[in-house]
Design a protein around this ligand. Structure first.
Ligand code: SF4
Length: 381
């Protein structure tokens, strides 16, 4: 099939999805990021943005439907015959086959539309894709996508309502910060006002809104502003979810160059936790759920529903800040090496011993732990 001078070359999958979409079908409707300038992000740096022709996306959906029907039928066959069906589908389109099988296993309940900002496509096309998904897979409970505030702010209310009515249930927005100075420095391409306009616009529909906050993005210079201004914007929006995504600086990012030149100073774990403490204290009058669903975040237990869980969330941050330095070091290394994934693990002897061995054998001390942690965090990007 040929469309817009581009031939259909099979099912496509983009590079990322939110952690909460681990069970979802990944359906790629655009490739890469149309903005692609944020200094902390290297995900799509050498890739150019394109919109996949809608016929190609619809072809992905129909292939998937056919594969899933065949796989369902194959369940009634002997194992060797089932394997033959799998092999045949794999040879026809291996990504579609893998996606169909994985999604079947996960119950076919949710879909994530890739890549970074698929809300840039025409509203009519988005509605067509959503309708095709719902018609082919009536059991879908949730369809979600990433979007930039800048894009959402420009969508007409009536178009957003049509998209919501067609079944888009959740939009994930990388707010990162609502401090204008920081947004400017990291070239996010939006300001606080646009973030608020976009967030409020989504909240007027029945689409759930997930906003991401990035502690550390203001560095040591603007950590307070990052916490206070972002909390203020979120207080005005009242998103359904606030997701914490602590800054990590990939070597290939422009922010890494700023760091090497000395024009950006990175906060250490203690400062990032102080920033979160200030942030959560500033969140007022909203009922968002805070999620800490990423390995980059130091304290996984910093989660809960506002306002009732606020004291508990403050408590886990204070727990860390009140540890003595050697205990904080053990937890920091334990967490960043994947040995500890709960604050309770600091009390488990076997885990403590493994971390202490690592600290000793790698000569990690108070004066080099921040550098070690920075390096370890790059593994999680
Ligand atoms: S908008 Fe998102 S994907 Fe695009 S450059 Fe910025 S952070 Fe990266």
């Amino acid at each position: 099939m040929k469309s817009n001078n581009e031939y259909y070359s099979g099912f496509e999958i983009g590079p990322i999805r939110p952690p909460s979409e681990a069970q979802s079908l990944l359906l790629r409707i655009t490739r890469n990021c149309p903005w692609n300038k944020c200094r902390f992000c290297s995900l799509y740096k050498n890739e150019s943005f394109s919109v996949r022709p809608i016929e190609h996306v619809l072809c992905d959906i129909s292939t998937l439907k056919r594969f899933i029907d065949e796989l369902d039928q194959a369940e009634k066959l002997f194992l060797s015959e089932k394997r033959a069906v799998m092999q045949k589908l794999y040879e026809q389109d291996h990504l579609a086959c893998q996606s169909a099988e994985m999604w079947r296993m996960n119950g076919k309940k949710s879909v994530f539309l890739q890549d970074a900002n698929s809300m840039v496509i025409k509203a009519d096309d988005m509605v067509t894709i959503l309708n095709a998904l719902r018609e082919n897979f009536p059991d879908i409970e949730r369809i979600t996508t990433y979007a930039r505030s800048h894009t959402i702010a420009r969508i007409r209310d009536e178009d957003l309502k049509r998209i919501a009515d067609a079944g888009l249930n959740r939009i994930h927005i990388g707010m990162e910060s609502a401090c204008d100075k920081i947004l400017d420095l990291v070239e996010k391409g939006v300001d606080k006002k646009i973030h608020i306009t976009a967030g409020k616009k989504i909240k007027k529909t029945n689409i759930e809104l997930s906003e991401y906050f990035m502690p550390g993005l203001g560095g040591n210079e603007y950590w307070r502003e990052n916490a206070i201004d972002t909390a203020d914007a979120l207080n005005q929006i009242n998103p359904d979810f606030i997701r914490i995504r602590t800054l990590a600086v990939p070597d290939s990012s422009l922010l890494s160059e700023d760091y090497k030149k000395g024009t950006f100073s990175r906060v250490n774990d203690e400062r990032a936790v102080e920033e979160l403490l200030l942030f959560v204290n500033e969140l007022k009058g909203i009922d968002s759920t805070i999620k800490s669903d990423h390995i980059l975040n130091l304290i996984p237990e910093f989660e809960g529903k506002l306002p009732e869980d606020k004291p508990k969330m403050i408590g886990v941050l204070e727990w860390f800040l009140n540890l003595d330095q050697s205990e904080r070091n053990i937890f920091k290394i334990g967490r960043r090496t994947g040995i500890m994934n709960s604050i309770r693990h600091l009390d488990i002897d076997s885990k403590r011993m493994r971390v202490i061995e690592l600290i000793n054998s790698n000569h990690i001390a108070n004066d080099n732990i921040d550098t070690v942690v920075e390096e370890l965090m790059k593994n999680f990007i």
